[in-house]
Design a protein. Sequence first.
Length: 412
Amino acid sequence: MEQYALKLSATFVILVLIHTGSGRDLRNVTEPKIPPSCTRLTGNGVDDTNTIQRALDKCSKGKAVELSSGTFYSGPLTIPSGVGLHIPEGVTLKASTTAALYDMGDNKCGTIDDLGLGCKPFITILRATGSGIYGKGVINGRGDTRMTGSNMTWWHLAREALAVRKLQNNPRLIQINDSVDITVYQITLMNSPFYHLTTSETYGFTVWGITISAPTSALNSDGIDPVGSQNVTIAYCNVTTGDDNIGIKALTAPSRHTSVFNNFFGHGDGLAIGSETNFGVSDVTVSNLTINNAHNGIYIKSNSFRGGLVTDVLFENVCINNVQWPINLDTRYYHMTGSGVPSFRNITIRNVKVLTNGTFIFHGVSNSNPIEVTFDDVHIKKGFTFFESYTQFTGTWVEDASGSQCGHFGNE
Ligand SMILES: *[C@@H]1O[C@H](CO)[C@@H](O)[C@H](O)[C@H]1NC(C)=O
Ligand SMILES: *[C@@H]1O[C@H](CO)[C@@H](O)[C@H](O)[C@H]1NC(C)=O
Ligand SMILES: *[C@@H]1O[C@H](CO)[C@@H](O)[C@H](O)[C@H]1NC(C)=O
Ligand SMILES: *[C@@H]1O[C@H](CO)[C@@H](O)[C@H](O)[C@H]1NC(C)=O
Ligand SMILES: *[C@@H]1O[C@H](CO)[C@@H](O)[C@H](O)[C@H]1NC(C)=O
Ligand SMILES: *[C@@H]1O[C@H](CO)[C@@H](O)[C@H](O)[C@H]1NC(C)=O
Ligand SMILES: *[C@@H]1O[C@H](CO)[C@@H](O)[C@H](O)[C@H]1NC(C)=O
Ligand SMILES: *[C@@H]1O[C@H](CO)[C@@H](O)[C@H](O)[C@H]1NC(C)=O
């Protein structure tokens, strides 16, 4: 009897530890399931925009349009509330390279200007509940292909924009706004003209087992960007791209309760928080991550142009290999200034290994607004470079990292 009571209370303590720990997605997330098909389409390698859109519009909630075989070409698509798009293994959905199809009405898409807001995304999910994209097939944004009637690819346009300090009007691959309980499962997203997978003010967002692939030369091709979103889980993904592998941002609303676990990053710009931290980013847990060949590893960036509080962030079991800036916490990103106040507090870096020489950066704002970072079980390679200002360290690192390879998801 006594023992039974003890056992019960021990179980209780464990549950409380797991479920009141606020540094993560508050939902209990498990591996998603692919919904049954409402219809199955065959791709003939011609433009199928209308066929796919009509099928999506007619599909009943809780079901998915299955692109069951072949190659599909399409202009912009909208996935309605409650409906899925299922692309099984061996099937590819290719984005049209005709800029006019993505245009917002002012003939800006496919050109360069000061705003870069001239294109619709390839796939939009807007004010929806329970929609998703599923299956082991491919969505190819074709950023590497010449735009119709032009000698330039979307990526050429991005490089040209950078050279003249302006912005490219390129479509994002998948944009999810003002939605609830959205799932992206297993799919491969490649060669987006711009960001691959972005949310805005979406509550309940599960990204599980997806692959993102784009070359280093693809500017602004961020992998997964939850923006101003809450209850986010990103798990078992493999992200290799030309900009932030994951970028957690808070541009128009706070970003809270994000879990990132069991992921692998190839080249890219690392696990980034910011630079849009305006509305605050909190309660982020990143566990079991390998970062291999990226520019940055653990990367929190803001400046006084953005401002905002980044707090209660935990990185645990992260292995970083061949990364120039393995840990970079910078409140002076791009030296942009304004009237905001960026603060990075309660950042914990635990059980982290950095296998190669690199440069570590910690730049806080001032003595009264330092970065507050805790190191616990952090091992780095000898011969590193280190820049620090206005940073309050708790704990320290040890210069004894060995080994030449990370595990699949961090230090296994
Ligand atoms: C998650 O699961 C635990 C244990 O089963 C349960 O106590 C808790 O209420 C669940 N939370 C949610 C948000 O469903
Ligand atoms: C996050 O999930 C928890 C648990 O399901 C829920 O209580 C809470 O309302 C969700 N937050 C948002 C902003 O939807
Ligand atoms: C496209 O053509 C223009 C004008 O002839 C030329 O300046 C530009 O370099 C070309 N761009 C590419 C990517 O070939
Ligand atoms: C979606 O949100 C982004 C901000 O993250 C905004 O730029 C875009 O216009 C929004 N799109 C729609 C259709 O609401
Ligand atoms: C990640 O995906 C790339 C393709 O982008 C593939 O070559 C690589 O083997 C994958 N790595 C892991 C660890 O799954
Ligand atoms: C992280 O990896 C460890 C060791 O492989 C495993 O025990 C743990 O469950 C993983 N964490 C998550 C959130 O899956
Ligand atoms: C620091 O953040 C962790 C989550 O990473 C949270 O559990 C803890 O309560 C926070 N500590 C303080 C003092 O706020
Ligand atoms: C580490 O890198 C720095 C700068 O990149 C370099 O100066 C230094 O010699 C390197 N140290 C070792 C041990 O390779």
